[in-house]
Design a protein around this ligand. Sequence first.
Ligand code: ADP
Ligand code: MG
Ligand code: MG
Length: 243
Amino acid sequence: VPVLELKNISKSFPGVKALDNVSLTLNKGEVLALMGENGAGKSTLIKIITGVYTPDEGSILLNGQNVSFSNPHEPIHQGINVVHQERNLVPTFTVAENILLERITKKSFSVIDKNQLFKDAQQYIDMVGLNVSPETNVETLSAGQKQLIEIAKALSSNAKIMLLDEPTASISLKEANKLIDTVRELQKQGVSFIYVSHKLEEIFQIASSVTVLRDGKNAGPKSSIKDLNRDSLISMMVGRKEN
Ligand code: ADP
Ligand code: MG
Ligand code: MG
């Protein structure tokens, strides 16, 4: 069974049907690219998966079981994490405190063993291939490094599904390549990804399969990346015939 399945999801906002009967499946260890032009409904779909919005219609299945999320904390506890563009980090905290934020917020500061915290954070820093000290203030890091810290933080909460919404939008090419390497490595370990991006080169570099949205609908069935090329993908997104 897929790790995540959305069936016939619809969601309207006043005056706009953002999602109209959209379905999607994500398998273990898959990198599914979610594509579509601006306004196609990608972020709305991500927000439904992360409990920010409740769908008007349709169902969400996790490992074959129906779930419904009424707030953004529930998906996290079920192993679903969204990685934003560096917006979720606490700027005055160290790398370690950010990665293990959940542990810190459960206790008072006085009972946190800092040495243990740094030691535990190091394993997640290593998993995302970063070369920074856990004691570093997170504010001093580059955008790309912060993005990887977000992924490390998700790993520390045992994320099985990661949603990346335009993860390379504000980082350098070198850092984007590092992020892509990390995604590949985690994919081998069985983590599943939904990867929202407009960058076609990146999609061909990283995705196993593609789901395209157009005007809030599935533009076609999910396709294996092997069966697509640049032109066919663009045609699916903009809805005109090839050639
Ligand atoms: P994408 O991420 O693919 O660019 P979105 O999911 O952000 O698309 O938006 C899909 C449609 O829903 C757009 O027409 C957008 O204007 C509309 N929309 C998204 N969020 C809201 C909202 N909170 N209120 C009203 N309209 C919204
Ligand atoms: Mg948009
Ligand atoms: Mg969007």
